[in-house]
Design a protein around this ligand. Structure first.
Ligand SMILES: Nc1nc2c(c(=O)[nH]1)N[C@H]1C(S)=C(S)[C@@H](COP(=O)(O)O)O[C@H]1N2
Ligand SMILES: [Mo]
Length: 318
């Protein structure tokens, strides 16, 4: 297999002061050039220049042609409870988070297991850009140009045995770096899981970038799950463990409120959350006066995934 994922180390990332200088430079340039672009519009089109560009990224046929949200929307409106409960908390509180050195432990029913340094883990896999619609259970949505590796490729690489029916994931649990862990909003570490059939479907990716750049800390650096037909909470961030299990793993939101958040969490406009409708969604970044758009079954990815659930009652298995 080709070696594509020479991800850039934090030491190669330009410093905060360079970043500010560059931003000021761009802003000044835009003003000097006579184009009256508002600062917010500028930051919307300029990804954070502290983040290194990812090499060797190919385009994916699975991408939507809908317009992506701005880098600013994607990196400042976040859910990452380890860094606070409000949408604006993670961008501030994850600023000093260290996504290197990083290790990923592979365990359970698989031929290949062990603890891998992040760069060694990434080595066998090809980087792809996948522009996906994302739908949060809170009834907002975004379109995000992820860069990542196929989860199916990762699963196959570690050769799960026939006993492996589920894949479980865990987030880093480091109180020194994650102030939100002092709170009891969730039972830490953050946990998620997929069936082996879901995990080997071609759509899910482990994302390491956004807009061609290394993924910002607040979006789940250095690596996070993206499952575009499920509600956003399945997209576990800053993964340190992947476990091949014979039994259904516990998942954080299901543990916290089992009547509100199920194991499957498939986007389904026909099954409401007990406290609000799932029929429509608000696209982040649009006008606050814009009418909400209809939520699509499986977030519009039904052709690829509906067969996974053909024998399942989706009202009971929500
Ligand atoms: N470890 C961890 N992963 C997490 C969360 C979290 O609080 N902690 N929040 C989830 C929720 S509810 C959503 S909607 C998405 C948001 O991802 P984004 O901030 O990159 O858009 O991350 C998911 N992954
Ligand atoms: Mo969410």
């Amino acid at each position: 297999m080709r070696k594509k994922s020479n991800l850039i180390r934090p030491s190669e990332i330009t410093s905060e002061s360079n970043y500010l200088n560059r931003r000021d430079f761009i802003r000044a340039g835009a003003i000097a050039g006579g184009s009256l672009i508002a600062p917010s519009a500028l930051s919307a089109i300029v990804p954070d220049s502290r983040l290194a560009t990812l090499p060797g990224v190919s385009k994916s046929a699975y991408s939507t042609d809908e317009a992506p949200n701005s880098f600013e929307d994607i990196s400042t409106y976040n859910n990452f409870y380890e860094f606070g409960l409000r949408k604006e908390d993670p961008v501030v509180n994850a600023e000093d988070f260290k996504p290197r050195p990083w290790t990923i432990e592979i365990s359970g029913h698989a031929e290949k297991t062990g603890t891998f340094d992040f760069d060694d883990f990434m080595q066998p896999f090809d980087l792809e850009e996948r522009i996906y619609r994302m739908r949060c259970v809170e009834a907002w949505s975004m379109v995000i140009p992820w860069v990542g590796i196929s989860l199916a490729d990762v699963v196959k690489h570690f050769q799960p045995t026939s006993k492996a029916q589920y894949v479980a994931f865990e987030t880093l649990n480091d109180r020194a770096q994650m102030p939100g862990l002092r709170g009891r909003s969730l039972d830490w570490p953050y946990r998620e899981g997929l069936t082996i059939a879901e995990a080997t479907n071609p759509l899910p990716i482990l994302a390491v970038g956004i807009y061609g750049k290394v993924i910002p800390n607040q979006n789940g650096a250095p690596i996070r799950l993206v499952v575009p037909w499920k509600y956003g909470f399945k997209g576990i961030k800053s993964i340190v463990k992947i476990h091949f299990s014979s039994t259904r793993p516990k998942t954080s939101w299901n543990m916290a409120a089992p009547n509100e958040y199920g194991f499957y969490a498939n986007v389904n406009p026909g099954v409401n959350h007990p406290r609000w409708s799932q029929a429509r969604e608000r696209r982040i970044g649009g006008s606050i006066f814009a009418s909400k758009q209809e939520t699509l079954m499986f977030n519009g990815y039904g052709d690829e995934v509906a067969h996974l659930y053909k024998d399942l009652n989706l009202r009971r298995n929500f």
